[in-house]
Design a protein around this ligand. Structure first.
Ligand code: AMP
Ligand code: MG
Length: 410
């Protein structure tokens, strides 16, 4: 790479493409089903059995021979769930049966209990037009043996976990969760339980970034803070890079004397870019070693979180083996006049569904890059392209959804 190239301002899309080109899926491991929720499936799941494995009643009622013409049948047994009754149903007989139970041999229909009446050891069927197969779920009706039911790369939510459990496809192959270290840097930082001396502030990035990473499926193996002191910071960064799949730092990537992260990443890893044409989050350092991705996020709390959403999370998705790496952008109508800047701006906003089914975005007050409160109640980042004059209320822009749109308010 040419010298100077790493300082070139990158379009956010180009920066993301450079990151994704260097992210590799982590090794596959097999884990217990109970630990698999929200992980990414690493291998296709192919049904090795039919589901249901036996013809099952879909109603409580009586298993009968369809169309045997007689309303009056002798009840020869009771079939409940979990075993197979050793009775053959013939014309003129019936077996009482519960939902989900195997239909006994000989029977080919189930008459719902609502359409019958009992008389001692007999049942009277009120309908004579019972058809074969009525109220029976056939073998393989839900899932046929040999079908690829879950593709590799899918996220294991409730239905997927239930399908895996139902098929007994355990343990579950997933990609190892990315091991991530979070390092806050800055001489001014104290822990949240401490009282800051004059000129100090509490370290908030460590906690907000770790929470965002954990929510994105990362295994946050280490968090801590370090002062702007070259030797100590260098050895800490070297140690965390060696021990992690991803290292996320905050602070120390701007133009100041004590912005040491920028220089140290150049010594410890290969830096690919350092600046992105966006607001907030212009200083973003991305570097790699042969097995670790390093993100040097800016120190301002909002900048750090926005950069994490747009660049770190998609990289984590690739490491985890998920396919959906770039978030969908959706058109939203601006609820208010919105000032534009000279860079692509990602403003925090609350998106609601309007009564006529469109999405409407209300930005969350001051968009200063230090004002974390701009994330409170935000479920989207609206993308405000640079231009000399403001965007009017009602103009259409794109947004990256961070959560589900809210219902319209009254
Ligand atoms: P820097 O990127 O190091 O120049 O920091 C930019 C701004 O973010 C400064 O006002 C810092 O005090 C603030 N800042 C840096 N790190 C943190 C942190 N971990 N928590 C809260 N604020 C921070
Ligand atoms: Mg700093």
């Amino acid at each position: 790479m040419e010298t100077g190239d790493i300082d070139r301002l990158r379009h956010p899309d180009e920066a993301l493409a450079m990151i994704l080109a260097r992210a590799r899926p982590l090794p596959i491991e097999r884990i217990p089903l109970a630990e698999a929720a929200w992980q990414v499936l690493a291998d296709d799941v192919v049904a090795e059995e039919d589901h249901p494995p036996f013809p099952a009643a879909t109603m409580d009622g009586y298993a009968v021979v369809a169309g045997d013409g007689s309303p009056w049948r002798e009840v020869i047994g009771e079939q409940t769930a979990g075993f197979v009754l050793d009775e053959e149903v013939t014309e003129g007989t019936a077996v009482r049966i519960t939902t989900g139970s195997p239909v006994p041999p000989g029977a080919n229909a189930v008459v719902p209990v609502e359409e019958t009446e009992t008389a001692e050891d007999h049942v009277i069927v009120h309908r004579l037009d019972v058809r074969p197969g009525e109220n029976i779920r056939g073998v393989g009706a839900d899932l046929r043996r040999g079908t690829r039911i879950l593709p590799a790369g899918c996220i294991l939510g409730p239905a997927e976990l239930g399908i895996i459990a139902g098929l007994g496809a355990v343990p579950v192959p997933v990609r190892r969760r990315p091991r991530v270290s979070v390092v806050s840097t800055g001489n001014e930082l104290v822990d949240p339980g401490e009282r800051p001396a004059p000129g100090q502030i509490r370290d908030s990035n460590r906690f907000s970034l770790a929470a965002a990473l954990g929510g994105a499926g990362a295994d946050v193996v280490w968090t801590g803070k370090a002062p702007d002191e070259r030797a100590a910071l260098r050895s800490l960064l070297a140690e965390r890079i060696a021990a992690s799949d991803v290292v996320v730092t905050s602070g120390g990537v701007s133009m100041g004397e004590l912005d040491l992260v920028k220089a140290l990443l150049g010594e410890l890893a290969e830096v690919h870019f350092r600046r992105v044409f966006m607001k907030p989050g212009k200083p973003l350092n991305f570097a790699t070693t042969d097995r670790t991705l390093v993100f040097g996020l800016p120190g301002n709390p909002v900048s750090a979180l926005v950069s994490l959403e747009l660049f770190v999370k998609p990289a984590l998705a690739v490491l985890s083996g998920g396919g959906a790496v770039a978030r969908a952008r959706v058109p939203v109508t601006l609820a208010r006049e919105t000032a534009a800047s000279d860079r692509i701006e990602f403003q925090r906003a609350t998106v609601r569904v309007t009564d006529d089914g469109r999405l409407r975005a209300t930005t969350t007050g001051s968009q200063s890059s230090s004002r974390l409160a701009s994330f409170v109640g935000a479920n989207a980042l609206v993308i405000i392209p640079p231009r000399p004059h403001p965007y009017a209320a009602g103009e259409l822009v794109d947004a990256v959804l961070l959560g589900l749109p809210l219902p319209a308010t009254g």
